[in-house]
Design a protein around this ligand. Structure first.
Ligand code: UFG
Length: 342
């Protein structure tokens, strides 16, 4: 049987590389598109080392519609997973146009090409950010979205709505939005992982860079929240588990089993973990001590958000499996490899 091919935009990025590996291991072919605006060609080489073969790479900016058309001309596939986007919440506040321009234009180009070339399946990377400061926890897919508090978050909401509209209007189109909680960890080979440029915004890269001596001290943003230990609660999902959720969603789309043409799934573990807990677990799992201090709250952070994952468990037949301590070990193994620490 011919292998199904999946187009993976942003496939050289953090979640994209892990998903490419999971797809190939599940028997799919992938075509990666990336313009390396926030990633390195070495990431694709990491994928190739893990799977033991060459991976098709198209160095194309998805904002360039004619270049993107070339990809559709050259490759036959029924499914796209669209990861390519900017993702720094703070930067989106100071440079909103950069975010709306890049994240929405690239997405619309993908959708237009899918429609024009009659390619049916669109899997979109959404985020728990759409729930904002939710009234009920854990959040289900039915929990109302809150008005976005950043242009980044707004692009996620708008993109969900666009996909919903397209699936309603264009009979041949099917869409799934996966709402990721907090992806962390790296591949167990340490050949791929998260490599933020500059000062990390996210907690785990800041932790590993502090452990590596690149950052002097980790700031814990807020210790007076109405939570058990005063620090924020999040749902940290292993990136390899997250990658497998994409494989399950692709299988659902390609099998023709979707009950509605547009579906949404939370992708998390269902377990809330505080910032302090995460720090302590990281220290214990890796046998080291972190230099950290409590500071003021960070603007825009919600006190707590974690997933009800029933829908993904039952409908996608997927659930998070990896142990948090193993995940935190993989983050440190990856950081050590990148920094040449033995
Ligand atoms: N935190 C710290 N110190 C740091 C970095 C983070 O204490 O140096 C805390 C934050 O205050 C928060 C938790 O660690 O309580 C997690 O923060 P991250 O920045 O790692 O993740 P967020 O939950 O803020 O962000 C994630 C995704 C975004 C998404 C957002 C929605 O990374 O893409 O959820 O809330 F928009």
């Amino acid at each position: 049987m011919m292998k199904e091919t999946v187009l993976v935009s942003g496939g050289a990025g953090y979640i994209g590389t892990h998903t490419a590996v999971a797809l190939i291991e599940a028997g799919y072919d992938v075509v990666i598109i990336d313009n390396f605006s926030n990633s390195e060609p070495a990431a694709v080489e990491g994928v190739e080392k893990i799977v033991g073969r060459k991976v098709c790479l198209e160095e194309v900016d998805t904002c360039d519609k004619e270049a993107l058309r070339g990809v559709f001309e050259r490759h036959q596939f029924n499914t796209v997973i669209h990861f390519a986007a900017y993702k720094a919440v703070g930067e989106s506040m100071s440079e909103p146009l950069k975010y709306y321009q890049n994240n929405l234009v690239s997405y619309m180009n993908i959708l237009e090409m899918m429609k024009e070339y009659g390619r049916p399946n669109v899997l979109f990377s959404s985020s728990a950010t759409v729930y904002g400061d939710a009234e009920q926890l854990p959040v289900t897919e039915q929990t109302p979205r809150q008005p976005a508090t950043s242009p980044y978050g707004n692009t996620k909401q708008i993109a969900e709505d666009i996909l919903h509209d397209c699936c309603r209007a264009y009979e041949g189109m099917r869409g799934i939005a996966l709402r990721y909680f907090n992806p962390i960890g790296a591949h167990q080979s340490a050949l791929i992982g998260e490599l933020p440029r500059g000062v990390p915004n996210n907690l785990v890269p800041f932790i590993t860079q502090t452990a590596a001596g690149i950052r002097e001290c980790l700031s814990v943003f807020g210790s007076d929240y109405d939570t058990p230990d005063g620090t924020c609660l999040r749902d940290y999902i292993d990136v390899n588990d997250l990658a497998k959720a994409h494989v399950a969603a692709v299988a659902r789309m390609t099998s023709g089993k979707m009950e509605q043409r547009y579906e949404i799934f939370n992708v998390g573990t269902g377990n809330p973990v505080s910032v302090l807990d995460l720090i302590t677990r990281f220290e214990k799992a890796n046998g080291l001590k972190l230099n950290y201090k409590m500071v003021e709250r960070r603007a825009g952070d919600v006190p707590a958000v974690w997933a009800d994952t029933t829908l993904a468990n039952e409908v996608l037949g997927w659930k998070a499996e990896r142990d948090l301590d193993d995940t935190l070990r993989s983050s440190w193994e990856w950081e050590k490899r990148v920094r040449n620490i033995s």
